[in-house]
Design a protein around this ligand. Sequence first.
Ligand code: AMP
Length: 283
Amino acid sequence: MLVLRTVSELRAWRAGVDRVALVPTMGSLHEGHLELLREGRRRVKIGEGAVVLSIFVNPTQFNDPRDLASYPRDELGDLAKAAGVGVDLAFCPSHAAELYPANASTWIEVEGLDRHLCGASRPGHFRGVCTIVGKLLGLIRPTYAIFGEKDFQQLAIVRRMHRDLLFEGEILGCPIVREPDGLAMSSRNTRLGAEARVHALAIPRFLAEVRQRFAAGERNTGALLADAESRLNPGHIDYVSLVDAEDLQPVATVERPALVALAVVFGGVRLIDNTVLMPDPSS
Ligand code: AMP
């Protein structure tokens, strides 16, 4: 596996490759990331092109400098894991200045889709995400760029940016990978203390209950999300929302595919998760 650290090396390498599957990450890799990389390998087989992993803790998408400083980093471990699933190239910029030239003042912003959920509670977050993903798409020109549904709003926003800005290739989404006890895998889980780790199971339990209520015929948002505070106790709720799965605007009743999304803080660690509710088209 090749490791490149500069934009100029990356450009020179790209000129000699036909098809590319790209998985952008901030590192501290877990099974969720590895599934995206395996999907890349299925899409671009050995000999057809390359699977590229990018590892970059993107400063512009953090609104809290303490969150950026404490974001887990494990490059050596990441490179070993990536090699294990057949990644051809890891792009690990040596310095943020590789991707943000001095006085960089150009941003990509997708309007509307960022109005609710994480967009509302983390101002500027998706501007940072879109700007870095846009730079990577422009540089690497992937045949496939692969993202997780764990960050459902991010995936929706990246799809819209990709379409609106006429990028080539295809954006692919992959299902959420969970721990055996149901907690969605996240690099941030390593920061959970033992007690908070147990309390955090309230999240998958809550989502399972919402799905059960929905399966039993409940379609009203208020009833589906009722008592969220007590059910997610002792977590501090940032948001618990039910939105249209396509335009991400709140809905009062579920008539089309809808997204239940939440962000809850356990033991000082902000965790996000979601599930999609699909009404039967015949009902
Ligand atoms: P991150 O580096 O954690 O910000 O995420 C890099 C990519 O991995 C994003 O597309 C995430 O949606 C995806 N990802 C993170 N956690 C999971 C998970 N548990 N299951 C599936 N994809 C994930």
